[in-house]
Design a protein around this ligand. Structure first.
Ligand code: ZN
Length: 230
């Protein structure tokens, strides 16, 4: 006979993925994964809209953002004419250098100023609301999981990424998802892996960390995809 496993319903952890656009008039993709399942996939524009959707994480949930959320160590800003550009003068963060060594190219934080400034601003707003946002990079997640990662600007490329994500993200039934929405799904999925103890960080704690899949997750991911096709 089955016995009740729990007397009261524990709310499932919620992960919100945000593929942040540099500018408010461009599309920001937002995906919400609850208990491993995609429950919302949409787009947003303004900071206020993004923060309202991020609130779906609830306190105790995780908000994962695809944008630099911190500046290179020692930089007070990302302006080229500020003295901090020469001293210390770093354009990249440790996490970007580590990813490069893993065969995952990124753009240095100072080279994507507009996005990095908005990332910094949105992260501060999220912290103000009681969240501790994590930085993620969908391209790194896909690459490190051994999934298709290129050609997301084309219908063909998006179809390949979509197909590979379906066995991993139940509830993903959005064949017309935009490039930014697909990236948001990967952001939320990375947060889900993080919560499940299947992710790790690169970078330095006092500069900025990025969450990427743990080393052994690639093999398990391949097995799950093979199983879904069997
Ligand atoms: Zn400066």
């Amino acid at each position: 006979m089955k016995t009740a496993r729990r007397s009261k319903k524990v709310p499932a952890p919620v992960c919100v993925g945000v593929d942040l656009a540099g500018l408010e008039h461009n599309e920001t993709g937002v995906a919400v994964i609850r208990d491993g399942r995609l429950v919302r996939l949409t787009s947003a524009g303004s900071d206020a809209e993004i923060l309202a959707l991020a609130a779906m994480a609830g306190l105790g949930g995780t908000v994962a953002v695809n944008a630099p959320l911190t500046r290179p160590k020692g930089r007070c800003c990302l302006d080229d004419d500020c003295p901090c550009r020469q001293d210390p003068g770093t354009r990249s963060r440790q996490l970007e250098r580590e990813l490069a060594r893993m065969g995952v190219p990124t753009l240095a934080t100072a080279l994507i100023k507009v996005l990095a400034r908005r990332g910094h601003r949105v992260a501060a707003a999220l912290r103000g609301l009681g969240y501790e946002p994590i930085e993620v990079y969908p391209f790194a997640t896909l690459r490190l999981l051994g999934l298709p990662s290129s050609g997301k600007r084309t219908e063909h490329g998006r179809a390949a990424i979509y197909k590979s994500l379906r066995p991993l993200v139940p509830g993903l039934r959005h064949p017309r998802a935009s490039e930014h929405q697909l990236d948001a799904v990967v952001c939320a999925y990375t947060a889900h892996l993080w919560r499940e103890g299947q992710a790790r960080t690169v970078g330095e704690a006092d500069e900025g960390l990025m969450v990427i899949p743990a080393r052994d997750v690639r093999t398990r991911t391949a097995a799950r995809i093979a199983e879904s096709r069997a």
